[in-house]
Design a protein around this ligand. Structure first.
Ligand SMILES: [Zn+2]
Length: 139
């Protein structure tokens, strides 16, 4: 008999994304950086999307980001309790990622564009998923 419990889907690891997920399990956000043009990029792929070089290496990022855009989803989805925030974040190093915001009220009043965020990892089975939480700016 099939269990009706709703489990959140997790991405399937591929040879190209193996380092990304291995980093996540260590609590590190690792992206590829191009040797010739020095730009980090996301999503993982064997050649630089900027200059086409295959001279790329994996490197831990700071995990700091800013909120670029978001939607507040009120639709039920497996593993999510609506409402929840789907966010486009801009990493301090430049690349953008689609992720979820956690530890924040899912309302427009609580969400300011450019607000500073810090990556965290949420475990789903043996996969650690990067999510982002607001940080208080220390000046
Ligand atoms: Zn490049």
């Amino acid at each position: 008999m099939t269990e009706a419990t709703a489990e959140r889907m997790v991405p399937r690891e591929t040879p190209e994304t193996r380092e990304f997920w291995a980093g996540a399990r260590r609590g590190e956000l690792v992206l590829q950086r191009c040797g010739p043009c020095q730009r980090p990029y996301f999503f993982p792929r064997p050649t630089c999307p900027n200059c086409g070089s295959s001279d790329v290496r994996w490197e831990p990022m700071s995990g700091r980001a800013q909120l670029c855009s978001y939607i507040i989803s009120h639709r039920p989805a497996p593993g999510y309790t609506p409402p929840y925030v789907i966010a486009l974040v801009t990493l301090d190093e430049g690349p953008r990622m689609l992720s979820n915001l956690v530890d924040v009220d899912p309302s427009p009043e609580a969400l300011a564009l450019d607000m500073p965020l810090q990556v965290r990892f949420e475990w789903r089975g043996d996969t650690a998923l990067p999510v982002f939480a607001p940080v208080e700016e220390v000046r």
